[in-house]
Write a protein that binds this ligand. Sequence first.
Ligand code: ADP
Length: 513
Amino acid sequence: MRILMISSECAPLAKAGGLGDAVAGLARALGHLGHRVEVLLPAYDCLNLTGLPEPKPLEIHLRVPFAGRAIDCQVLDLSLDGYVCRLIAPRPQDPFFARARIYGEPDDAERFAVFACAAIAYVRALGAGARPDILHCHDWQTGLVLALSREYRQDAPVSQNTGALGKPGMSETSATPIPICYTLHNIGYQGRFRADLLTKLGVQSVPRRLAHWLADHSEAGLINLMKAGIAAADAVNTVSPRYAWEVQYTEQGMGLEAWLRRYAFKFAGILNGIDDSVWDPARDPFIPVHFDLRTLGRKEGNGQALRQRLGLADDPGRPLVAVISRLDWQKGVDLILHGIEYALRAGAQVALLGAALDPEIAGRFALLQARYADSTQVRLVLGHDESLAHLIYAGADLILIPSLYEPCGLTQLIAMRYGTVPIARRVGGLADTIQDANDSIAPRSARTGYLFDEPTPEALEDALGRALWLWREHPREFAQLRCNGMRMDWSWRKPAQRYLELYRYARQTRGCR
Ligand code: ADP
């Protein structure tokens, strides 16, 4: 199958969080299954090209209408392991992606709208022989790809002067449109913007159906790109079965509950995987002592190295509790802070690695960091550090993940692979992938961590307390938990098959064979 993914992130080139890992992991897994996979990505100036060749320009030139003129874009090509990346590069006088970061700019709406229109133009520019069998769009940044290509012919000739999209309503008369899947990685970010965004893209009168799809659920005058993408897609999924249920039936749908229930017939939950060649304690170049299930005892060597690197007391008699997280309200900031204090009171050591964009959150963690600057029992490292993250996964005993909501979560999957036991809230993908150690209904070999329900300090203390008690009082049972987690298969192999099923469903819906 020829698969074209359209995404604002793809690790390691451009990664702000789990989206980048998921797109790259799925693309590689599908490529290794023999499918031809391309990932379309903005050519950010902050692309991480370490160890990769310079991207090569292709003979494909795109024109995107914007603010009454046409933005010219070049397409660059880069071969990666199992798939190719195509980068959309506007000319230097249009620096939509030259901002030294992926998100957080005041004109993010315009930046990703231009990217979406360039993606539509790219599909049109491909010859019949290179036409994708499926388009796979990710998150709000690509919502317009879905919404606009359902209203405007995907294969209409592009106006040479303006790159304009053509006349609305032509999609129904088009040759079989390319089926589109849409993956929602986090419904907390829906792409809600002022409606004049469409005027800037040269859309003069919005057809009624499109206007209905785009109308925000709660605020008049706003358009909602994710909401429109959901309606326009042939198949929609989110990144865990439990989160798929939560967003339809609880406030986790963030206003889209009823909309998602309406489209439940084409909505699925597919767990993310992890790249088990990158996250492999037997081969990880970032950790000093390699280990696997048979040599689990050697993990302690990484604990020692971690304590040394962070300036913690060399005290293997204390359990080491870790946090590796974006420091965002979603991740349960108050519970993380409470968990640190509780773990210290209970005689554990603590290592936190986290980056905060929100100044209030950054300030709170900076205060705690300063308070414990001289402590040899706790270290807070504020910022992004890939190599330290690997060492923490390898060296810690427990990892705390008290998220308020969690679409899938990769942290717990990686931790389990490294024999580090997760303590997490029973939400989203955390609930789908962790089995509580004290769940007497689950087979013993399936129990992998500790879960708590309420987002309260008491509930967290109960779960963390149970974990610390087992670590101290029943080390063999605790080692069993570690092994159970290490035995789980969190690779992309199974999820890739589920996505292929979703692609087939989308193609059947569109009448493709
Ligand atoms: P989200 O996508 O919501 O941030 P996930 O659990 O899906 O959460 O993915 C988080 C990924 O980012 C994991 O691979 C984790 O190891 C990594 N990560 C989070 N914070 C940091 C950090 N400060 N430094 C290095 N890696 C981090």
